[in-house]
Design a protein around this ligand. Structure first.
Ligand code: FES
Length: 194
């Protein structure tokens, strides 16, 4: 078994597994609207360490991801698969943005909401730019890769997609609730029935 750390949580994985598969199985916070067909880029992840333990970026990643993002270590979770046995550390884009938003809503000590807003806006701009800047070649490339019908409806297993989305949402809500319980003062702590 290989260890993959996704959003600070260590998960067991198998050689050849895609990062998206590992994340979905564990209900890690990650997006996958196109069901792993490299069309939505919502599974984008930042590889914090162990990039050499993954397959090289695929043609689909070169099509959808800006060169600058790839140079910063971003990959598509549905395209990056485990090729080595050393640990890989990953921060998903969904979680990265959640943390950036958290830092704006509740700035950590010594920081301000305004200064924390900057990285969030920069991230949003970079994500949108990589879509707009590559349009329509990214779309045409996707059509030639998987065909027009699949571009419009890429989902192969709707019930699994819904099930995984529900599990991830629940896990996310539980994590937020637990974090609030840990940081709340005694008077603010929710009762057991909350
Ligand atoms: S799941 Fe949509 S691009 Fe990876």
């Amino acid at each position: 078994m290989i260890q993959v750390e996704i959003n600070d949580e260590v998960i067991e994985a198998k050689l050849g597994e895609r990062l998206l598969t590992v994340a979905r199985r564990n209900a890690s916070h990650i997006g996958f609207v196109c069901d792993g067909n490299s069309l939505c880029t919502m599974c984008e992840c930042k590889i914090l360490s162990g990039a050499d333990q993954l397959n090289p970026p695929t043609e689909a990643e070169h099509t959808w991801l800006a060169d600058g993002r790839m140079a910063d270590g971003y990959r598509l979770g549905c395209q990056a698969s485990l090729r080595g046995t050393e640990q890989v550390r990953v921060l998903t884009r969904a979680e990265e943005m959640r943390r950036q938003l958290d830092a704006v809503i509740a700035p950590p000590a010594g920081t301000t909401a305004i200064e924390n807003l900057r990285p969030l806006l920069a991230n949003i701009a970079a994500i949108n730019w990589q879509h707009i800047g590559r349009w329509p070649s990214n779309l045409l490339h996707a059509i030639s890769r998987i065909g027009l019908p699949a571009v419009f409806w890429p989902i192969t297993d709707l019930s699994l997609l819904v099930d995984d989305t529900v599990r991830i949402t629940r896990q996310l809500l539980d994590t937020n609730t637990n974090a609030k319980r840990l940081t709340a003062t005694p008077a603010e702590r929710p009762t057991l029935t909350d």
